[in-house]
Design a protein around this ligand. Structure first.
Ligand SMILES: Cc1cc2nc3c(=O)[nH]c(=O)nc-3n(C[C@H](O)[C@H](O)[C@H](O)COP(=O)(O)OP(=O)(O)OC[C@H]3O[C@@H](n4cnc5c(N)ncnc54)[C@H](O)[C@@H]3O)c2cc1C
Length: 399
């Protein structure tokens, strides 16, 4: 009898696991996602700023799953609990039995409850809904500015200067500059602020990335406020711990994440942001057939440093979990997960990026942009080939 593999979450980690496992005839795969689409969060900065469109950042999961012929069964439903004893995933409408389970449910924006007003008055970029709402509101603003007499000063604030915060700030600044053609000098009335409680932007990243990102943001006219702790937000102002306040019109919060709420229903060791703390084979609890990958789990490198949540780590942990499942089925020995980060590339507005590979190759500017673009292109290509195959399979064999 075929082994039943259930994957919860069709994000970067979930899809990579399936790509790896779908080639085996002796496995039946079920993908469960609460959304009918795969959201390319890594490209959200471009969508938010109006450079990319919806079709650049959203992929239909049914169509993608159909690309594996009948091998992958897609379920559009929310997983609400897992019973390790009976090996069942309960969704809001049904239940799915597994022999091997991969939890790849990612994370959401952590609108810290100790900052009153943060959740109510800011947008996040971790889910499509809030990202879409921001874009609509922002386009509205540009439309209003088309009216000659609208010279009202607008402050756009990005709270959190980690990877996603700097990418959003840079792309917004670059795009706003391009609106010169559309609204002339009134473009100068839109100001961007990037705020972080840490001493520098990109806390934890290398000097090279921090220095070059800071320079690029400044050249784009972004106002950077570090060492600045947001204490409270209301409809019109952001209040800081140092007793200053800033009038704002839009706020995007990228200052923290929290594991998806499915984690809260599972009894296992977790950190402060509800990420699972797995063993070295990425199993949670004592379940050798249950793996947690990507943003929903705390991943450490060989030195015990906690790695930032990235698509790269989600994909590498996915490949590892898929490989380990194959080995366990084949009764082969397994090695612990090696979480080394291969490199990082940061999109910094227009055709400009900064990046590092293997800790030694350091690039910035147009070359780094081309490398970043190539990485994204390869990812897209994989998804599109699968979707095209899904489309053809559907025509041959309509549901
Ligand atoms: C603006 C921005 C820029 C970024 N830039 C980069 C970058 O340049 N490089 C990089 O490596 N990383 C980047 N990241 C980080 C990267 O996007 C994440 O680390 C990555 O998405 C994590 O992948 P994942 O598979 O763990 O989770 P996700 O991609 O978040 O996928 C989780 C999936 O699980 C589903 N799900 C959640 N709960 C349930 C449930 N209960 N039932 C069913 N389905 C559920 C969700 O719908 C989703 O489809 C960026 C993030 C942002 C926001």
């Amino acid at each position: 009898m075929n082994k039943r593999i259930v994957v919860i979450g069709g994000g970067y980690g979930g899809l990579r696991t399936i790509e790896f496992l779908a080639k085996y005839e002796d496995l039946d795969i079920t993908l469960i996602d609460k959304n009918p689409y795969h959201y390319l969060q890594t490209e959200a900065y471009g969508y938010i700023a109006g450079r990319f469109d919806m079709h650049d950042i959203v992929i239909d999961l049914q169509e993608w799953s159909d690309g594996f012929k009948k091998k992958v069964h897609f379920v559009y439903d929310k997983a609400i609990s897992i019973d390790f004893e009976t090996r069942l995933v309960q969704t809001s409408k049904s239940a799915f039995a597994y022999d091997y389970l991969i939890i790849a449910t990612g994370a959401k924006t952590n609108f810290f409850s100790f900052i009153p007003g943060l959740r109510e008055f800011s947008y996040g970029v971790k889910d499509l809904h809030r990202t879409y709402n921001f874009r609509v509101e922002f386009e509205n603003l540009i439309y209003q500015k088309l009216q000659k007499d609208n010279c009202e000063e607008i402050n756009l604030v990005i709270g959190g200067a980690g990877l996603s915060g700097v990418e959003v700030a840079a792309e917004m600044a670059n795009t706003i500059e391009m609106y010169k053609k559309t609204i002339g000098n009134r473009v100068k009335t839109i100001k961007i602020y990037l705020i972080d409680a840490s001493k520098t932007i990109l806390p934890g990243m290398s000097d090279f990335l921090i220095r070059n990102t800071q320079k690029r943001l400044e050249s784009l006219g972004v106002n950077i406020l570090t060492d600045t702790f947001i204490e409270k937000v209301d409809k019109s102002y952001i209040y800081f711990q140092n007793s200053q306040k800033l009038k704002y019109h839009f706020m995007i919060f990228t200052g923290g994440i929290k594991a998806s709420s499915l984690n809260d229903t599972v009894e296992a060791s977790k950190n402060k942001i509800s990420q699972f703390i797995p063993n070295r084979e990425l199993n949670i609890g004592s379940q050798v057939n249950v793996f947690a990958i990507g943003d929903c789990v705390e991943i450490q490198d060989a030195q015990g440093n906690m790695l930032p949540p990235t698509a790269q780590t989600a994909e590498r942990s996915a490949e590892y979990a898929a490989n380990t499942i194959r080995k366990r089925i084949d009764k082969k020995s397994v090695q612990p997960f090696d979480a080394t980060v291969l490199g990082i590339f940061i999109a910094l507005g227009g055709r400009w990026a900064a990046g590092e590979l293997f800790g030694v190759i350091k690039v910035k500017g147009y070359v780094a942009y081309l490398l970043k673009k190539a990485i994204t292109h390869i990812y897209y290509l994989g998804l599109h080939l699968r979707i095209n195959a899904g489309y053809k399979n559907r025509i041959k064999d309509p549901r």
